[in-house]
Each structure stands twice: as structure tokens, then as C-alpha cells.
Design a protein around this ligand. Sequence first.
Ligand SMILES: C[S@@+](CC[C@H](N)C(=O)[O-])C[C@H]1O[C@@H](n2cnc3c(N)ncnc32)[C@H](O)[C@@H]1O
Length: 363
Amino acid sequence: MIELIREEIESQPGKAITFARFMELALYHDTHGYYMVEQPKVGKAGDFYTSASVHPVFAETIADAVLALWEEADITSPVLVEIGGGTGAVCRHMLERIRACKPEIYKELTVILIEASPYHRKMQQEALQWHEGPKRWYSSVNEAAKQEKIEGVIFSNEWLDAFPVHIVEKNKSGWQEVWVRVGEDGLEECLGEMTPALGEYLRGLNLKLPIGMRIEINLAMEQAAQDVSCLLKKGFVITIDYGDLQEELYHPSRKNGTLMCYHRHQAHTNPYLNIGEQDLTTHVNFSAWKEYGEKAGLQEIGYMRQDRFLMRNGLLHKAVAHMDRDPFTSVAMKRNRAIQQLIDPAGLGGRFWVMVQGKGIRE
Ligand SMILES: C[S@@+](CC[C@H](N)C(=O)[O-])C[C@H]1O[C@@H](n2cnc3c(N)ncnc32)[C@H](O)[C@@H]1O
């Protein structure tokens, strides 16, 4: 992997690539990118946990939220789309819940999974083998939007945080972009001119931040919002991720930005270690996601912390009473512990945010 990146750097006139291009290669290079290789990523055997991997009760609650939205919008033959569904566990548990609670809707349901990773697509196909209704896979939202116009819900958990991002740093002469070049001891960063699109975007933000501050910018999110809106004829987009509104995200207290690396459950901030074998991720700018969505025809109808969203949709009612004593073997205790974990304000409940957008719903 490192050789491929070196070759690409050496082939550039300036002998450097943007951090965004480095991140794209590290995560999505056709044969060696982190998400493209056949290695577990999510869960105990992988590099990180997600809410989805904590317990099926997460997916069950999302399914209840989705059913309520379909009912509100009078969508009776819906399509359920999941983007970046990883192992397929959430989709499987959502379908099981819909089948149990609303068999008449389940019978009419079409499932679409949009997944960039061939490894994850294979896992999803295995996870949904039992589901006999229509199911289709696409490798990008853009590809799906060319073939489908759906009524239903487009759901994602931890999709946007996996996008390659540009990084800029403020110094005395203004903002400069972080580029990656080959140094004596391996890959190293240098500051250089911003690509034109990035410069224009940053000028539009008009940020007043201190010298030394680094921020990440996800330019690809605009196209993603357009593709999502193009795919959706009528219904809702539910986006769950860690992130913040712009004011909090680009705040002096986050001097070094939000880039994090995950390798075998160790979190650190060096993207040049374990290249192709670790996840790289940044916080989502939910202000930008909302704005891009609005430009593309998606109206924000809710934005709240994960704990509030899950509680509003009945998570606490899914706790079970029991007389068990052994925390290692008790299924009920495990379920109740997961519920606590999902709404812990200092953990998943407080760090993750949920944005719900609608299209064709309200006048
Ligand atoms: C951090 S994982 C989250 C997996 C799962 N949603 C969960 O919560 O466990 C990100 C997933 O998004 C997929 N992904 C990343 N970029 C994508 C894109 N542009 N289109 C479709 N899938 C993408 C990755 O392959 C991976 O499966």
C-alpha cells in the first residue's frame, strides 16, 4: 500500500498529494484500501465498535422510528435503503423487527443496500439471505440514483464520517492545505496552496479561527446530498454519525481537528501508521449536511442527540425485567446494558447525532 502511495506522489508535478487523496487511497484503493480488503473491521474481531454492533436493540429502535415515519407520510409500499451498512447487521435486525411488528408492510417492502466495500457487500448478502423480498445492491449512491427513485427511508449510521476529507491549517499568511509527500523517514505532511475548490469553499465560510488551528473539510458531501436527494422521490433521510454543527466543530478548543485512526481497538491520531490496515475518520459537519441537503431539496425536520432520538422512539420500553444474577450469561442483562450504552451521554448517546430530512412530505 505504501509503495502505491509513494508511486502516486512521485508521479505528481509537485511530488505531493492532498491529504484527501491520501485518505481516499488508504481507505478505498481498489485492491489495498482499508475498506476494500477482506478483513473484519466492525466489532470485536475488527478495529472499532459502532452502535450497530453493540446490540440488535439499536436497529429495532431505528426500525420503529422508520415505521412511524412511513405511517405519518402514508407510505404503504416502502423502500428501505441503507448506505454504508457494514456487516449488514442493522439491516437484518431492522427487517426482523418490521416483519414482527408490521407483517403487512414487510410483505410490500423493497430493500436497497448501497455499499462501497465488496467485502461488506458480501457480508450483507449473507446477512440478508433469509429475506425473500426484493433486495438490490449498489456500490454508490450515484449509481443507485441512476436506476431508482424511491419512496421510503434512506438510512445511514457512520457513513459520512468515512469520507476522505481535505485538511487545512491556519498560519500567519492565512489558510493552507495539508499535503502528503515522501520524506526521509516515510510519508510526511507539508503545507501548500489550497486546491481552487477548497479555497473557494473556505472563503465562503469566513472563519475567524486562531493561528495553528486545523480543520477538516468534506467537499464530497455536496455531491452526496445531491445523489441522496435524486434517489429519494418521497420520504425521509435518517443520518446518524458523530459530528457537530459548524460552530462547535470549528471551535478553537478543537485545535488539531477531529481526525482519528482506529486499529485493533486502539484509537490514535497518526494516519501514516498501519496504512490500509486502520480506519481513518473525522467528525461530520452537520451544518454543511443540512445546507447541502436543502440545496438539493431535502428539508431538515429534526436534529438531535442519539440518546434523545432513541428514547423518543421507545428504546427504554425495550428494556426487560428479569431476576437474573449472572451478568455473563443473562440475555436480559446484556440487552439492558446495551440500552444504557446507547444512551450514555458521555458515550454513544452524547457523541452521536441524528439528522432527519424529508422530501415530498410537507407543503
Ligand atoms: C464506519 S463503517 C459503518 C458500518 C455500519 N453502518 C455500522 O454502523 O456498523 C462505514 C461503512 O460505509 C461504507 N462506505 C464508505 N464510503 C461509502 C460510500 N461513498 N458509499 C457507500 N458506502 C460507503 C464503508 O465501506 C463501510 O461499510
